[in-house]
Write a protein that binds this ligand. Structure first.
Ligand SMILES: [Zn+2]
Length: 558
């Protein structure tokens, strides 16, 4: 060892329960050599040359925050389209774009885009960001035909589980009234309503606009922009939970380039979308994982496999048990038939590939637990870390069953605060909406869980301290009402869920998630101590910087 850098801090919250507090951490070659005090680490300091880095001496150090479910590169795809969403956003270069308050404003915006077309009636108008919950209900074919019956219109929801089209766009997709396709929407009288829901159908709707939407060249820019958002939020590790949806090679290459250029200050795990993996590699998955393992670095690796088995929370397309949606909607399952799920997952299960299975609604969680149960019956495994992604609408009984089967949950808690006012009277009804993200039940059941943002494909920020603040307080958007108080968790449980337990959910807890000897020197630098501030102000703690592999990362202005 040729040199040590010793970071000092007012307080270090290590998240190692055996040695929870410290105020110095010695680092060499990107890894932690000693944690404690300048005094306690003297046996190292006497032997190895060192320098003290005291720029964070007045700050609080935590393990680098881990957001175990994001879509940083894909978000750049959509940000390049015409924005019609309800909250402030930016284009892929960071320039702000204005929100639209409601559906009428969206339709008016689409009309003005059509009007600005002049001669070109053929190129489809492609838009992103519609939120049926916040903007007053879904779009459909008739509404979009009222905008134009000549120019094709293609609108993808903010949570991109649903695409809305007008008649000319429907014609471009090749779909007609006789087409049988999973996820094709129809009016009550059986006519096509212009909806394409979930991956199989959205792929059909996207084919004619593929070059427009998934154009080349935005990927590295998107990673650069979102890398800064992550840095400002204190995130040092994340996982892209739908790797390969546009192209496995291009997406991998963009990440390699962004890391080489030094514009992506993160460790990144890429979790392949199973539908794509199967189409490209068939049954030869072992060879694929071997090939990618050989290319992996400490910063970038392919990890696990991802299934999408129902719709989204903000798009109101998830699957609910009785009594279902307020208006009789039923949501939609993903492209893998539920009865085939065990067979589809079995090769990964047998090969020891960690399964991440998206399930938002309680009906889908039941199916997922049944699947996990059957996988265990046919081929018992320990420490499989099968993870239910999102786990939005669940029951206490499901939490117990998840724990009994050894499963984990990666939960999106943001909806509790940001959407409870919307869905009590729209979509899921008061009971399911209040009890969204039942973290208290997971704690009582003894199941390990992480908190994630799903950024930027749901209508919420990526900010782990906000996720923790919601988990601890469960305040509605009015800032007063406490929602399902028994589902609140402690500050320590919440902080674990964005550090060490998030590392566990990504099978990286031997390397990440706590400040322990031998782990990567990834830290989040805070102005205040999350364990000392009023829990009501957890989300207001300033993130000053991160440290990634021993190197301080300071966000660019903005
Ligand atoms: Zn996602």
């Amino acid at each position: 060892m040729d040199k040590l850098t010793v970071f000092t801090a007012a307080q270090i919250r290590t998240m190692d329960p055996g040695r929870p507090e410290a105020n110095a951490v010695a680092v060499s070659a990107g890894k932690i050599v000693s944690v404690g005090t300048l005094e306690s680490m003297q046996p190292w300091l006497r032997r190895v040359p060192y320098e003290i880095d005291d720029r964070f001496a007045e700050r609080v150090l935590m393990p680098g925050f881990i957001d175990p479910h994001t879509h940083l590169r894909l978000s750049g795809t959509y940000m390049g389209l015409n924005y019609v969403g309800p909250i402030k956003s930016t284009d892929p270069f960071g320039h702000p774009v204005a929100p639209l308050p409601n559906r009428d404003a969206v339709l008016a915006q689409l009309k003005s885009l059509v009007a600005s077309r002049n001669e070109d009636l053929e190129t489809p108008i492609t838009a992103w960001g519609f939120d049926p919950g916040m903007q007053g209900g879904h779009l459909d074919r008739e509404m979009l035909d009222a905008v134009s019956t000549e120019v094709p219109i293609w609108v993808i929801a903010y949570a991109p589980h649903i695409i809305y089209t007008n008649t000319p766009m429907l014609e471009l997709t090749g779909v007609d009234e006789q087409t049988k396709l999973h996820g094709l929407g129809r009016y009550g009288d059986g006519r096509l309503n212009g909806w394409f829901v979930e991956t199989e159908a959205t792929a059909v709707a996207s084919r004619p606009v593929r070059d427009q939407v998934y154009h080349q060249g935005f990927g590295v820019e998107a990673l650069k922009l979102q890398g800064q958002v992550a840095l400002r939020s204190g995130v040092t590790t994340t996982a892209d939970m739908i790797f390969g949806i546009s192209s496995m090679q291009t997406e991998w290459d963009d990440h390699v380039t962004a890391i080489e250029q030094g514009v992506l200050p993160l460790r990144m795990l890429l979790v392949p979308f199973e539908g794509r993996l199967r189409r490209e590699y068939g049954d030869d998955i072992a060879a694929y994982y071997r090939t990618m393992a050989a290319q992996a670095t400490d910063r970038l690796a392919v990890h696990g496999v991802k299934y999408v088995n129902d719709g989204s929370y903000p798009s109101m397309t998830l699957r609910l048990n009785y009594p279902g949606y307020l208006d009789g909607e039923v949501g939609l399952a993903g492209e893998v038939a539920w009865e085939d799920m065990v067979d589809r997952m079995m090769p990964y299960w047998r090969a020891g590939v960690q399964i991440h299975s998206h399930a938002n609604g309680d009906e889908t969680i039941d199916m997922t637990l049944n699947t996990l149960n059957e996988l265990q019956n046919r081929f018992p495994r320990f420490d499989h870390r099968f993870t239910i992604e999102h786990y939005c609408i669940s029951t206490p009984a499901q939490a117990k069953r998840l724990a009994a089967l050894g499963g984990l949950a990666s939960v999106n808690p943001y909806f509790v605060h940001y959407r409870s006012g919307i869905h009590a009277d729209q979509g899921f009804g008061p009971d399911r909406t209040e009890a969204t993200a039942r973290l208290g039940s997971l704690v009582r059941a003894g199941a390990t869980f992480a908190l994630h943002s799903d950024y930027n494909l749901v209508v919420a920020p990526m900010h782990p301290l906000t996720a923790a603040w919601i988990a601890v307080n469960r305040l509605a958007s009015d800032g007063q009402t406490v929602l399902a108080p028994g589902e609140r968790i402690s500050v320590d449980q919440a902080m674990r869920a964005i550090t060490i337990d998030a590392a566990f959910v990504l099978s990286k807890d031997h390397q990440l998630g706590s400040i322990e000897v031998g782990k990567f020197a990834d830290f989040t630098v805070l102005a205040d101590d999350p364990y000392e501030v009023d829990p009501k102000n957890l989300n207001k703690i300033e993130v000053c910087a991160t440290v990634l592999g021993g190197e301080a990362q300071i966000a660019a202005n903005g």
